[in-house]
Design a protein around this ligand. Structure first.
Ligand SMILES: Nc1ncnc2c1ncn2[C@@H]1O[C@H](COP(=O)(O)OP(=O)(O)O)[C@@H](O)[C@H]1O
Ligand SMILES: CC(=O)N[C@@H](CCC(=O)OP(=O)(O)O)C(=O)O
Length: 287
């Protein structure tokens, strides 16, 4: 690279760092819940880049909580085991055999992959699920969906304790039933319930689209609860986007300041959203 170009790059990097100052100040001590969807995880490089962003966030004083999904990974093990699976409004119908696979994949493979990626970047992540310390107690959503849980009581003490020890919690979306059952909770729903209980400053829902799109396919950068209702009624918000926007609305009603739905495959998506003027994706606020 020519010396002149190198200088230009350094100047741009220094400017970006300098522009980040007010955002760094705003988010010091803030709780940010990040839902890392199965479709957003990508390859090893994308995973490492995500993990690096989380470690950086933690380093500058943010308290991150990762709540992950893993739908595609569950699908692939179910297919290998020849177990059929179907979704109703973005939620997997879950019988006992399916539940075993869901728990194995979420609390095992996926959770530990994220924990390891964060720890490889110098962070201290610990993997748990909503069952640990009875953090997320659930009731069944609907008998037709089997063991799909709706969080009804979230006690986030464990997360506060982890943060006070500099530990980054990585949470698999499983819930404890009142009768000793294990519930499968949609990852978005779990992230929203945890963000609500923590009264988080931000909930970031990372997925594989740039944001919530209108009927023409353009990303809507700012949404309100009313506009989400209308887009859902008209069928513009459909499939896997339904649990995301439902989550966003419920989280805001519980006191989360803002929810952003953004593309987790984009490099440094979380950092861009939190620390620069170039907010990404669709932001949903109370008004
Ligand atoms: N209005 C909409 N805007 C954007 N995506 C939408 C919309 N309606 C439905 N979708 C679908 O929702 C999907 C995201 O949900 P999902 O696949 O469950 O993601 P994840 O695995 O990241 O949780 C998108 O890939 C898209 O196909
Ligand atoms: C009830 C329900 O649907 N649970 C989800 C849990 C994983 C998840 O939500 O994964 P993504 O975020 O990658 O979609 C499932 O079984 O697929």
């Amino acid at each position: 690279m020519k010396k002149q170009n190198m200088n230009r790059d350094w100047i741009a990097t220094a400017r970006t760092l300098s522009e980040a100052l007010p955002y760094l100040q705003r988010y010091t001590g803030a709780t940010v819940v990040i839902k890392f969807g199965g479709h957003a995880m990508g390859d090893e490089e994308q995973m490492a880049s995500f993990a690096r962003d989380i470690v950086l966030m933690n380093q500058v004083g943010v308290h991150p909580v990762i709540v992950h999904g893993g739908g595609p990974m569950i699908n692939s093990l179910l297919a290998k085991l020849d177990i059929k699976s179907e979704f109703v409004n973005g939620k997997r119908v879950t019988d006992e055999a399916t539940m075993e696979v869901v728990e194995m994949v979420l609390s095992g493979l996926v959770n530990k992959r994220i924990v390891q990626a964060i720890n490889s970047q110098g962070g201290r992540a610990v993997g748990i699920s909503g069952k640990d310390a009875n953090m997320m107690v659930c009731d069944p959503v609907d008998p037709a969906l089997g063991l799909v849980g709706q969080p009804v009581e979230v006690t986030p003490d464990l997360i506060h304790q982890m943060h006070s020890h500099g530990i980054i919690p990585v949470v698999a979306p499983l819930g404890a039933g009142r009768e000793g059952e294990t519930f499968n909770v949609n990852g978005d729903t779990a992230a929203g319930a945890i963000a609500g209980a923590l009264k988080a400053d931000r909930l970031l829902l990372l997925t594989d689209v740039e944001g919530v799109k209108d009927a023409e396919g353009s990303v809507i950068t700012n949404l309100t609860i009313e506009s989400v209702d209308e887009l859902t009624r008209n069928g513009v918000i459909a499939g896997g986007m339904i649990p995301k926007t439902e989550t966003a609305v419920a989280a805001i009603r519980e006191g989360v300041r803002a929810v952003v739905i953004l593309d987790g495959r984009a490099p440094n998506a979380c950092l861009l959203e939190l620390f620069t003027d170039h907010g990404a994706g669709s932001m949903i606020r109370a008004e």
